[in-house]
Design a protein. Structure first.
Length: 81
């Protein structure tokens, strides 16, 4: 499994967890010694506590219109009888 070192930033750990679908990560020294486990809620707290978590959650739930969507494009070959 993926592990992180104690010097990894909170945002880097959040990105790693998001990109890989992890809810927890072991924290290990360079020699492999496990010094702890961090979970996503620990990291959210590290991003500003309850208020920081609310801001991150609210911004992740915003849905933006996709103005670049031209709809489906279907190619037709008029030479087929």
């Amino acid at each position: 499994p993926e592990t992180v070192t104690p010097d990894l930033s909170v945002m880097e750990a959040l990105h790693l967890m998001h990109d890989n679908g992890f809810l927890t990560l072991p924290v290990c020294e360079d020699d492999g010694t496990v010094v702890g486990v961090v979970d996503v809620m620990d990291l959210m707290h590290g991003c500003g506590g309850t208020e920081g978590w609310r801001k991150m959650f609210a911004s992740s739930m915003e849905v933006h219109a996709d103005d670049d969507d031209d709809g489906s494009v279907v190619s037709a070959d008029d030479s087929i009888a």
